[in-house]
Ligand binder design. Sequence first.
Ligand code: FEO
Length: 175
Amino acid sequence: MKDLLRTNSSLHEGIEKLLNIQAKIESDASNKYLAMAAWLDRNGFANTADYLYKQAEEEREHFLKVFKYITEMGGIAVTPTVSEVQQEFRSMKEVFEIALQNEITVTNAVNKIVAKCRTENDYATEEFMMWYVKEQREEEKNARRALELFELIDENSGSGKFELDKEIAKIGAIE
Ligand code: FEO
C-alpha cells in the first residue's frame, strides 16, 4: 500500500518528513508569538503586542503554506501536535531575544530542507522553499532590529518602556 501511495507522490520520503517537521515548527512559531503577544498585552505594551499578534497570524500562514504543499505534491500532511509554549517572560527584552533565537532556528530548518532538495534533485521543492529563505532573511532582520533598539533606548529610563513599545511596533508597520 505504501509503495502504491508513493507512485502518486513526487516527494522524496526524506523531504516529505522534513516538510512535515517544518509545518510543526511554523505552527509552534505561531503559538510562541501568540503567547508573547498576550504577555506584552497584559503588561501594558499594546503596540508590540499588536505587532506580535500579527506575527502569530503570519506564522500560521507559513504553516498552512507548507502543509498544503505536501498534499499538493501527493504527500501526507500530518497535522502537528500542539506543544507547550513559554507563557511568562522576565522582560520585554527577553521576549525579543527569544523571538530572534526562534527565527534563527526556523532559518536553520529551512536551510536543511534546501540542502536535502539539492542532494535529492528535488528542484520543485527547492523553488518552493526559496519563498521561506527570503521570508526568513526579512524576519531575522526585523528581530535583530528590535534587539538593536534596546541598545539605543534604555528600558529602565523614565519613558524607556513606552518608547520601546512604540519604536519596536514600527518595525512591523513598515514591513
Ligand atoms: Fe515562519 Fe518566522 O518563521
